[in-house]
Ligand binder design. Structure first.
Ligand SMILES: [Zn+2]
Length: 98
């Protein structure tokens, strides 16, 4: 395990998140992070590309194919991006307007 920011291995356990996942902290750069269940870490350039493609209103399936991420991950990413502070958890993404 190493830091997602600086790749340091000086990682200490740092409590838990609200959801009970163990949280870690990098002793080198101070970055706090949680190990998530996604098997494939999506790097920043890919995320930026995805953001651009989303703005182009491409279908998620197309974006997933172009960028090589899984559709499941992409759906999660989009959900987190646009519904980051859900008041109601059962908000379902509506079809695109316009
Ligand atoms: Zn670090």
């Amino acid at each position: 395990m190493n830091c997602p920011k600086c790749k340091s291995v000086q990682i200490i356990k740092y409590g838990h998140t609200h959801y009970g996942k163990p949280r870690f902290r990098c002793q080198d750069c101070g970055r706090q992070f949680v190990l998530n269940a996604t098997r494939q870490p999506i790097d920043e350039p890919t995320r930026q590309l995805i953001d651009k493609l989303l703005l182009e209103r491409l279908a998620l399936a197309a974006i997933a194919r172009v960028t090589g991420v899984s559709e499941r991950w992409l759906q999660m990413y989009v959900f987190q991006k646009f519904y980051q502070t859900p008041k109601a958890i059962d908000v379902t993404p509506k079809k695109q307007v316009g």
